[in-house]
Design a protein around this ligand. Structure first.
Ligand code: NAD
Length: 355
């Protein structure tokens, strides 16, 4: 099969880590007989430098014509003082909106050899962490009506959490369908004891749960979930939650695994096309030094193989290769805990060799 992949290396370490993922995809193509065609485009700070805008029209059009998008990271101190509409991060919002990407999937898995890098107590880490957070990405408080006014105690400001049954249903289906392919459990996180929007969220999730009798379902209040993630993370398989709660909880969950350089993500819409990217940023402090960990981007490419192209065996081969290399003791600087480490390019080479 042939697949058209748009590459957005972006800024900072983006070009280094995307190059690693491309090498891995080419190795997968050679091994399994697929043709991956790559088209590299600009977005973020480098696009501001070249064209004066973070998301050039040509980049957007190419994303719309692609089978999927692989992104490194955008941003850096050079562009920090620009006005909001010209900031590199605007490129991400523009692509998500144009591609209708409403579901953000972030797996958080603790590899047992890296347990020492996790802030979890050893006995809790030993029970394992292997969850997937499904965050609603285009609704809720980040997009609801907002404003400022005057009140008795001076100037005030408000943001509004609005969710429709349609929005909740479609993100819920992503969670339930994904749970069927994983551990068969969904936990929906809300604040239904206080918020009306959460009560509608919960009612809608209950209706969906009835359609998926083979999936074990539970609700959890967000304050309890924040504690449970630390106390007993092994209980979670798929977590589904709103944009705001998901933003916070997915960062908390990512820390359980020890390093930001290992964690992948996918943003999906109604079709098969998605945008895949590591959860970390452009790491300007280490850009160009050759020490960036490529694994988060390589695992993002594996998610693309699985979720957008349906190449489950190929995705598993990449995940297994990464796990084998880590189990064999290879470490980039971010996961070396002060010990010996290898360059990012060497990590990529070892993963390809394991593949
Ligand atoms: P960051 O994730 O870039 O870096 C945080 C720390 O983690 C740094 O010490 C960095 O060196 C380290 N790190 C990150 N990725 C690593 C990797 N693959 N290997 C080894 N170490 C790694 O976060 P930040 O410093 O807060 O942000 C830097 C820039 O990235 C900012 O401009 C921010 O806006 C942007 N950013 C972009 C995205 C994105 O493109 N999706 C996401 C987050 C931040």
């Amino acid at each position: 099969m042939s697949y058209r992949i748009v590459l957005i290396p972006g800024d900072g370490i983006g070009p280094e880590i995307v190059a690693g993922a491309v090498e891995v995809l080419e190795a997968v193509g050679a091994k399994f007989g697929h043709d991956f065609q790559f088209d590299t485009v600009l977005a973020g700070g480098c696009a501001i430098d070249a064209y004066g805008v973070p998301l050039p029209e040509d980049t957007l059009q190419k994303c719309l014509q692609s089978d999927s998008v692989l992104l490194g990271a955008v941003g850096g101190p050079k562009w920090d003082t620009l006005p909001g509409h010209l900031r590199p991060e605007r490129a991400l919002l523009g692509i998500r909106k144009a591609l209708g990407l409403f579901a953000n999937l972030r797996p958080a898995k603790l590899q047992k050899e890296l347990a020492a890098a996790s802030p979890l107590r050893a006995d809790i880490a030993a029970r394992g962490v292997d969850m997937l957070i499904v965050r609603e990405l285009t609704g809720g408080m980040y997009f609801g009506p907002r404003g400022r006014g005057e009140g008795e105690l001076g100037e005030n400001a408000y943001d509004t959490e609005i969710y429709s049954v349609g929005e909740i249903t479609r993100i819920g289906r992503v969670a339930f369908d994904t749970a069927r392919k994983r551990g068969g459990k969904v936990c929906s996180i809300d604040k239904a004891n206080v918020l009306e929007s959460s009560r509608l969220w919960r009612e809608t999730m209950h209706r969906l749960a009835a359609e998926y009798p083979d999936v074990t379902y539970c609700d959890m209040l967000v304050d309890n979930a924040a504690m449970q993630l630390i106390q007993n993370p092994a209980q979670f398989d798929v977590i589904v939650t709103s944009n705001l709660f998901g933003d916070i909880l997915s960062d908390e969950a990512s820390q359980l695994t020890g390093s930001i350089g290992l964690l992948a993500s996918a943003s999906l819409g109604e079709g098969t096309r998605g945008m895949y990217e590591p959860i970390h940023g452009s790491a300007p402090d280490i850009a160009g030094l050759g020490i960036a960990n490529p694994i988060a981007t390589i695992l993002s490419a594996a998610m693309m193989l699985n979720l957008s192209f349906g190449l489950t065996a190929e995705a598993k081969a990449v995940e297994d290769a990464v796990a084998a290399v880590l189990a064999g003791g290879a470490r980039t600087k971010d996961i070396a805990a002060g010990g010996d480490f290898i360059a990012g390019a060497e990590m990529t080479a070892r993963i390809i060799a394991a593949l």
